[in-house]
Write a protein that binds this ligand. Sequence first.
Ligand code: AMP
Ligand code: FE
Ligand code: FE
Ligand code: ZN
Length: 274
Amino acid sequence: MSKFADLHIHTYFSDGTSSPAEVVSEALEVGLSCIAITDHDTIDGIEPTIKIANKKNLEIISGIELSSEVDGKDIHILGYLLDIKQDALIEKLTQMQEVRIERLKKMILKLKSLGINNIEFEEVARLSRSKSVGRPHLAKVLKDKGWVSSISEAFGKYLGETSPAYVPKYKISTYEAIKFIRSQGGVSVLAHPMLTNRDELIPSFVEAGLQGVEVYYPNLSQTVADHYIGLAKKYNLLLTGGSDAHGKAKTSTFVGKIKIPYDLVEKLKTHHLK
Ligand code: AMP
Ligand code: FE
Ligand code: FE
Ligand code: ZN
């Protein structure tokens, strides 16, 4: 029987809403054999997911989705098959999480100066199980406390890039992100290039050590997918794919919305530690 994988899934350890147990049962329900947990800038969800999947017929691949930038453009790099017990990895991620915490505190101060004075850091931090806190969590608190009636209003009025409580987030460069994943023995993959839309940078990413590109992604036309499959061939990159499921936080997708053939996972594994 053919086996299938979904290599892009978020849990409530970053900005998804699903627990590891929910992700595992959803994956089994849709007949997946393998999933990768790829939370934003944190690996905290991996071990709990492995524990739950243990003894069930589901393989868990360790992953991460690093936020990085080139010339102010947000670019997401997926890292697969990382050794989640390595001190250097944990240390670097802890630093990145501290940056997020400081930034969140600044946004709360900005909200206070706008008269929104009943939001405390601790209650926002509680919404994310790890330390990877961000604007989605703050948006939820704004909504729960009645300052706005929806998450999108929270972004529009306060948290969007041109809104008054926005604080930019320091990000590592995409080149650093790729090299960092490689230095940890991981496989580096450009996430959803069709959303990022900066194809002209791909050759420089390849030079920095990029090994794959996420060509299978929800709600794509075949033409767009073919375009990226062509680019992957040109630069000799691995093909990966995943649903980018965020639980209830992203209704346009779900675990298993993208199912890729398991032989792509096997190819990914041959690039581990290369
Ligand atoms: P952060 O990493 O803290 O800057 O938060 C970025 C996240 O906020 C993105 O990954 C989205 O999930 C979410 N986000 C950004 N803009 C919006 C928006 N206009 N409406 C809803 N969610 C948004
Ligand atoms: Fe996200
Ligand atoms: Fe992403
Ligand atoms: Zn994602």
